[in-house]
Design a protein. Sequence first.
Length: 356
Amino acid sequence: MRRKLVGTLLAVSMLVTSAVTVSAEYKAPDGVDPSEYHLAICIHSMDNEYWAQEAEGAKLAAEYYGVNADILTCDSDDNKQIQGIKDYIAQYGDKAIFVVDPSSTANTVNIAEVCEEAGTYVTILAHRAEGLLPTDYPHFVASIMLDDMAIGKATASALFDSIGGEGQVAELVGLLGDDSATNRHAAFEAALEDYPDIEVVDSQTASWSQSDAMTLVENWIVNYPELKGIFSANDTMALGAVEALKNAGKNGEVKVSGCDGIEAALNAVKDGDMVVTNANDGYCIAGYGASYAIQAALGSLDVEGMEAEDRMFFSKTTIVDEKNADEIISKFIETQNPGYDYSDLEFCVYAPQEIK
């Protein structure tokens, strides 16, 4: 299978996902009974909105294909996640299928090796250890990640545009050492290259914390009275910034960007408290991640015949601003079903990953 849409997708300036109509019925290959198969949806926990969204997306995909589905949580513990996968294999053997949001990047190697040894198909989301390639494992169907560089640059550019492309801004950095924090900071700096009249007055880590971000912004308001914008590497910190600005009577005067697409941030964009966020869309990455693994297990997808770029790619996400906030809230929050066609594996692809 060769992806025909990659060139077009790379030309998209903002990451946008559109809803489509789900196919009426999946036709399994002759002699294959999907009801004999069991999908394990491996996530950190159900307490986080995004992980819960991943679980719902994968469940929707499993329902479409007619396979059973179970949610396995690990509380971000590597050993607990691996043991859960091994226990599931012990229970269902080669009828087990996995879609995994790994507890850590390091654990992706263990996940791939355990599934390969058992002959069970797996898609790994969001993280991949350097040097770990799906093409080295016949049962490692796909590595689907989020393009933090593209996402960060898009949200930063939207923020800069909202203040007229000039003036003072500050940056709320995520947890030091975290891959997403590192990539989104690099994306912020890359976006600055296109806006020479933007002045960065401070850049501080708030470690993904709303309260830490609020404290930083309270100080920035005092120290930088001409501050016009705040770039935040995630929504939680952005909401802390909004709270500080509201308390100081500067809400709306100082623009704020976020990232992740949690419900409170989507509502903040709708209400004008934030300029932009990016909905990472767990329905897309996990629903289609599950679809890749399910189709491979059922025999609808020839994994070994796929090109490397077909097995390592970034998932589509959605930039959310005031123009589409209502639509995204309706699909992702209120109905909890964007209506994706999980049979169309091409749909979720934003761009291929770099092979390294």
